[in-house]
Ligand binder design. Sequence first.
Ligand SMILES: [Zn+2]
Ligand SMILES: [Zn+2]
Ligand SMILES: [Zn+2]
Length: 344
Amino acid sequence: MELIFREQSHRRLNPLTSDWVLVSPHRTQRPWQGAIEALPASERPRYDPTCYLCPRNQRAGGVRNPDYQSTFLFENDFAALKKDAPCAQLDVDGKGLLVAETEPGICRVMCFSPRHDLTLGTMSLAEIEEVVRTWTAQSRELAALPEISHVQIFENRGEMMGASNPHPHCQIWATATIPDAPRRELAGQRNYRERNRSCLLCDYVTLEENLKERLVVGNEGFVALVPFWAVWPFEIMILTRRHLGTFPELDEREIRELSAILERVVSTYDRVFEVPFPYSMGFHQTPADQNPHPEWHFHAHFYPPLLRSATVRKFMVGFEMLGTAQRDITPELAAERLRSLATQ
Ligand SMILES: [Zn+2]
Ligand SMILES: [Zn+2]
Ligand SMILES: [Zn+2]
C-alpha cells in the first residue's frame, strides 16, 4: 500500500544521524490549550546603553568594548570551556560507569554589527559578507590549533531560545573532541560513502532538486530546504551545491551567495508569524581533527521552535524525551509555506 504523507502517521529516517521522527499530520486539527509565550518587544534602539555587546559599553568583568565599526570578537567572559584545562581522565570502577575527562576548548563571542537593532535578516549584503569572512578567518585559525578537533559556530536568537541579549551576535566554540551531533553526522556520512561511493548530502541535494516539494529558496551556490526528516516545525538546512567541507573552502562567489541565502532565510522566517523568528542555527564543517574527511559536506541547520503563531511554541517533552521526536505539520507543508513567503 502506498504511504500518503499528508494523511497517515508515519516515521521518517534521518540518514545523517540514524534518528527517526514520527510525523502525525492529522494532529494539526486538535485545539491548543497549552502555553502561550509573551511576544518579544518589537522596537529596539540602534544603541542600547545597558547592552554589554554595544560599542564602547562595559562588559561584566569590567572590560570596555572598543568603538567597533563592523564585526567584533572577544573571548567569552564566562567561557564554558578553558583553553589550558589540564589533561585528566576518570573511570571510577574501570567498567565505564562513572567516566569523565577534561575538555579543553575556546569560547568566543562575535558581534555581527555595532547596530543593536539589526539581524541577519535586516543587515545589508555587504555587512553579512563581512560576517561570513570573519567566520572564515575564525574557522581557519581555530581549526589549525593542534589541540582543537571541532569548530562550532552557532547563533541563538530570541528569548525563547535562551538568548541573553538581543544584540546580533553568535558564539564560536572550539573543542578538543568532536561533539555528539557532528560525531553522529560524521558516522552517517562515512557509512553512506562506503556503501554508495558518493556523498550523502550531494546525493540528497540532487534528489530534493528533482522533487522540489521541500525546497524553500536557492541560488547558484546554495540551496535552503526543509529536510525530509525535519523535527522542528519550520526547520531548514542550507547546503552548498559544490562538495566542500569548511568556510575557508568557499570561493568569493560562494561567500556572496551564502550571505544572500542567509538574508533570505532569516527574513523569510520573520514573515511567517510577523515577528522576529527565534531560532538556534549553526554551521557543520569538516572536523578539524587532522584526519581526512572526504565524506563531509558543508551545511547549516536552523532549528526554530515556533509552531502555530508567534506565541505558540513546540516543546520536546513526553514521548519526545522518552521515545522519539514527533511533528504534526508535515515538512512538505512547512516548505510550501516558507517558499511562498520567500518569493514575496
Ligand atoms: Zn547592543
Ligand atoms: Zn557532498
Ligand atoms: Zn549537521
